[in-house]
Every structure is written in C-alpha cells, then in structure tokens.
Design a protein around this ligand. Structure first.
Ligand code: FAD
Ligand code: NA7
Length: 545
C-alpha cells in the first residue's frame, strides 16, 4: 500500500489511490484527466477492453455511426482540441470516433493510468476505513477513497437466450462485441435479429455485400434519413468560428443535439404546413431533428405524435415496392422510442437479396446448427447470424459487478425495484461513489451530459477536499425526490407508453422502470449549479473518522 499525496485537502491514510475509475470511454477518460491532471490526485483506472474507446471500441460493426452530428459529438472543454477536431462528414463514424478518443488519450497521456484487459469484479465500501476495496479479475486488490464508475449505459450486451443458440455451427456475433478482425460477408447467407438503431445501420450497410440477407424483425421501426454527407468548407469554417456559441446553446438546450428545439405545437399550423415541415426535416435528415426540431409536442401530445408517425408511414409506402413487405415494415404504435435515422433502411428491402421475416407473426422457434427455424416450419439457412438485439441498458454493467455500499447492501438489491440515484451520479448508502450516466441521468446527446456530470462531481471532490472533508454521501430524501421528479416528467411524455430500452422494457424479466431524466440538459445543469452554489444541501459531507 502506498501513502497518499493528494495536493490539497483531506486524504484518507492507507489508501492505495485517491480514486479508482472504471471505464475508458468518454466518461472514464475525462474523469482521469480531471482528477489526475487538474487536481493532482493519485488515480488508477481499469477497462476490460484492450484499449480506450468504450462503446466505440466494442461496436465496430459495419455502418456503426453516431447519429449525433459530428460538431457536437465530442468534448467541449478544450478549445485547442476543438480547433483541431477533424470535421469531415456531417456524422462521425465508429472508426473516426475511436480515433478521436485514442488521440484524446494520447493528448493527455491517459493510458499510463489504465490497466486494460482488466475487469473490475467487485467494489465494496468499508465503513471503518471509509475506503472502497476494489478487486479485479486478475485477483488484484486495491483501495481508494473515491470510486468513479464510467461503465457505459449502452454497454452490457443483450444476447437473448433463444433455444438452440449454442448449437449454431456458423458464425454468431453480437453487434456490441464485434470481432476486431472484421467479418467477411461476401456471398454469405446472413441473418440479422433486431431492427433498432444498430439493426437498421448494420442491415443497410451489409446488404450490398452479402449473398442473401434475412432480417428477423420483432417490431417495425419509425426511421427517417440521416443524410450523411461531407461537410462543406464553409460549414467547417462556421463551426470552428462559433464554438463558444455552439456549446452555450447545446448546454442550455433540451436534447443537446446542436439545434434549437421547436416551440411550435403541431396543431398550431395547417395540415399542409405540417407536411411541409416534416418533408423539410426528412430532407435535412436526423432522427432527433425530426422529433424535436419540427414541432414542440411530438413527444408529448398523441395527435402531434400521430402526425409525425403518419408522415413516416406514408414514406414507407412510397419507398418500399412490395406492398406485403411495406405492410410488415410499417409501425402502428406510438413514435416514442429513441428516434432513429438511417442511410436507406426501407429501400434496402427492395433488393432481391434481402428478405424480411416478421417474428411477431411468425416467431423464432429455435436456432439450429444451420440456421433459424420459425414457427411456420421454415428453416432459414445461414452462414452468419448477427444479433443486433441491443443492451441491458443503464444498470446492466452495474449489476454484473459486486458493488456493495453501507451494510454490505449490493447495488443490485438496492435497485430491485428499479435503479435510482440523485442526479444520475450518486446514491445514498454508497459514499464517495460517483456514477457517470447512472440511472436517471439526462436523456440527451451524451458527451455534453458526461462532461457536465464529471465537471460537477470532480468539483465537489475538490470543494470538499479543500474543506478537509473526506466522505461525501447523498441523503436518501434527495434520491427519493429525484426518482419522483424523473417519474413525473416521464409521465408527462409519451416515452413510457412505448416499449424500449429507455424504460428497461427490452429485457425479459426486467422490471420496467424510469431510467432517465427527461427534463433536458439546460434544466439539469441548473440543478447541479444550484446544488453546488448552495453548499451541497442534499449531501452529508464528513471528515474521514
Ligand atoms: P462507454 O463508452 O460505454 O464505456 C464504458 C467502458 O467501461 C467500456 O469500455 C466497458 O467495457 C467498460 N467496463 C464496464 N464494466 C467494466 C468492468 N466491470 N471492469 C472494467 N471495465 C468495465 N450517444 C450519443 O449521444 N449519440 C449517438 O449518436 C450515440 N450513438 C451510439 C451508437 C451505438 C452503436 C452505441 C452502442 C451507443 C451510442 N451512443 C450514442 C451512446 C454512447 O454509449 C455514449 O455516447 C458514450 O459513448 C458513452 O460513454 P461512456 O464513457 O459513458 O461509456
Ligand atoms: P434496441 O434499440 O434495443 O433494439 C434491439 C432490437 O432487437 C429491437 O428491434 C428488438 O425488438 C430486437 N430484439 C431484442 N430481443 C429480441 C428477440 N429475443 N427476438 C427478436 N428480436 C429481438 O438496441 P440497439 O442496439 O439497436 O440500439 C440501442 C441504442 O444504442 C440506440 O438507441 C443508440 O443510442 C445506440 P423489439 O423492438 O424489442 O421488439
């Protein structure tokens, strides 16, 4: 065990590190920089991946793309980095994001703090020493005063336990754990299960390459064009010249996607004008733009929602040539999942080498050594089976670690009725543990929310250390109150009425729960600021012993 040399304030004698950070995605990397480089703390970090990147290390399937526009899918704090940021296309692809995060790690020499290929298996708070005891899958044990979990909210993959899955003799892949050597699809018979954001991307990307593609669709999707294209020189110049204003707008906005949300209710304009607005958004591209830049009430008012949905349904009937396929692809439920956008998804079904199986009407019975058998008795023969079946979102990685707070309470037991937190970052009974994008964090373009959370809790660490305080714990009433706030806001929207990962409805047996704060980033930042300016009234902050 080493001694502690924190530059300022309280340290807990006997800890190996001031802070242990788990995760090398946007969140973990930024935290290491903040605590280690800005505050001089002694930090250790882990990721089970072989290098930095987080989500963008694992999700390297063909077509993987951020649907946040490039100019706001990154860090905002470093003005020099912003000017050097390669602005190539309107949206940034997985290889480009991975490169960006790797160069961020180089810029701040972050890798030296990490042990890669190392999974944290348990983290337990010792009430006597007030330290976190962290154990890895290599059997190493470390102690630290602070524990930061940047485990990712779309990171624990969901591989459905379909009968016979282990017998498949071809190649079986989940998009969230894509082989780093890539996959050669040339001429192969490929099946894809899942038509969410990931499914639509991978289906559209591989269709031209494969011999035959069979898509197993459980729920049809509303999706609009992404309109990927190179940025013009003028656009790049404008972005670079206006970063201050851009980030100010993003941080004060609702969904933080780099555009102003509409303030006009759909019913305020004529049907013709509504169609014109939807058509213009369709041409411009972007799922969040379509849902939030067109009208102010698509996510909250059933009639406005239906207008937006009906427009997409009309597009499907115009794009897809075979009426039977068009009917299968057409959703009739609410337009209230995370809004999707694509690079020609519906038109992909006009290809001769693509077929669609509606597995709600014709369920999958089993996976055989040679393919997928559906209830109608057909065996769809396959060489490769791709699971684009999403994630055990938000708390999925938390419950895989034996995290215990006070009274040895495991976080998965604390969350048995649904995960909770205060402000998406802290929980009562788990002192000095800070979650990045924990349950009930903001539902936004995520890098600005990550930056907001990390800035806030690292400032709290700095403030309390300066006062000689060592133990930070949120009050239970604050956690309960935050859950109520998140529920109240969610129930004002249509999102809880649609079955998706946003409310944990995608995992069989998982309790449907509110998992996000839908009040917008601007309002969220206001609450964090109030908490800090008020001297952290919702926390008990104490000396070590
Ligand atoms: P992650 O990037 O998920 O990193 C978490 C890391 O922690 C992972 O490397 C994981 O392996 C590691 N880890 C977890 N548990 C352990 C453990 N026990 N021990 C050691 N290491 C562990 N967001 C947007 O805002 N806009 C988008 O357009 C967008 N597109 C996306 C597209 C895809 C395909 C996916 C999967 C996600 C997308 N997201 C998008 C969400 C994306 O996850 C976030 O934007 C962001 O990358 C999250 O960063 P993070 O650091 O919080 O977590
Ligand atoms: P999603 O959005 O959860 O989509 C998963 C898809 O897989 C969806 O179409 C599911 O159908 C389908 N699914 C899941 N389990 C099964 C089974 N057992 N059988 C058939 N089909 C199944 O995950 P994504 O990865 O696409 O996107 C998640 C987020 O990551 C996305 O919003 C981006 O932010 C990045 P369902 O709709 O549940 O009927």
């Amino acid at each position: 065990m080493s001694d502690l040399n924190g530059k300022n304030g309280a340290t807990v004698i006997g800890a190996d590190f001031d802070a242990i950070v788990i995760g090398a995605g946007f969140g973990g990397l930024y935290t290491v920089h903040k605590l280690r480089d800005e505050q001089g703390l002694k930090v250790k970090a882990f990721d089970n991946a072989p290098d930095v990147g987080g989500t963008w290390h694992w999700n390297r399937y063909p077509g993987a793309l951020s649907d946040t526009e490039t100019f706001v899918y990154g860090y905002s704090f470093d003005k020099e980095l912003l000017q050097e940021w390669p602005l190539v296309n309107r949206y940034t692809t997985q290889p480009e994001i991975l490169k960006y995060l790797k160069s961020f790690a180089d810029r701040y020499d972050l890798r030296r703090t990490y042990d890669f290929d190392t999974k944290v298996t348990s983290a337990r708070f010792n009430e006597y020493t007030k330290l976190w005891n962290v154990v890895t899958d290599k059997g190493e044990r470390f102690t630290a005063q602070y524990l930061v979990t940047g485990l990712g909210l779309l990171s624990a993959i969901n591989l459905p336990n379909i009968h016979g899955i282990e017998r498949f003799a071809g190649q079986l892949i989940h998009t969230g754990d894509w082989p780093s050597e890539g996959v050669d699809f040339t001429g192969k018979r490929v099946g894809v299960i899942g038509t969410g954001s990931t499914g639509t991307q991978v289906i559209t990307a591989i269709a031209p390459e494969v011999g035959h593609l069979t898509v197993f669709q459980r729920s049809p999707q509303y999706t609009v064009p992404v309109n990927q294209r190179p940025l013009t020189d003028d656009e790049v110049r404008d972005i670079r010249a206006n970063y201050d204003a851009i980030w100010e707008q993003v941080m004060g906005s609702g969904v933080a996607f780099g555009f102003a949300e509409s303030t006009t209710p759909a019913a305020e304009v004529s049907a013709e004008e509504r169609d014109r607005v939807f058509e213009s958004a369709w041409q411009k591209g972007g799922g969040f733009r379509y849902m939030f830049e067109t009208f102010s009430d698509i996510a909250v008012d059933p009639d406005a929602n239906e207008a937006a949905a009906a427009f997409i349904r009309k597009k499907i009937s115009e794009i897809v040539t075979d009426p039977e396929t068009a009917a299968k692809l057409t959703p009739h439920d609410l337009y209230a999942k995370r809004p999707l956008c694509d690079s020609g998804y519906y038109a992909t079904y006009n290809r001769d080498n693509v077929s669609l199986v509606d597995v709600k009407a014709n369920p999958i019975v089993e996976i055989t050594p040679t393919g997928v058998r559906t209830v109608d008795g057909v065996e769809h023969e396959l060489d490769v089976l791709v699971f684009a079946t999403g994630f055990d979102a938000v708390d999925g990685n938390y419950i895989k670690i034996d995290i215990r707070g006070r009274n040895e309470l495991q976080i998965k037991d604390k969350w048995s009725d649904g995960p909770n937190s205060y402000l998406g970052t802290v929980n009562d009974g788990y002192p000095n543990m800070f979650m990045i994008l924990g349950p009930n964090g903001p539902f936004t373009n995520l890098p600005p929310s990550i930056e907001t959370q990390v800035d806030w809790f690292t400032e709290m660490i700095k403030d309390t250390r300066a006062q000689g305080k060592a133990v930070i714990e949120v009050k239970k009433e604050a956690v309960d109150g935050w859950s109520d706030t998140c529920e109240e806001i969610a129930n004002f929207t249509l999102f809880p009425k649609a079955e998706s990962w946003i409310f944990a409805a995608n995992i069989p047996g998982k309790k449907n729960a509110i998992q996000f704060y839908l009040g917008g980033l601007g309002a969220y930042r206001g609450l964090l600021q109030e908490e800090r300016e008020g001297g952290y009234p919702n926390f008990n902050i104490e000396a070590a012993r």
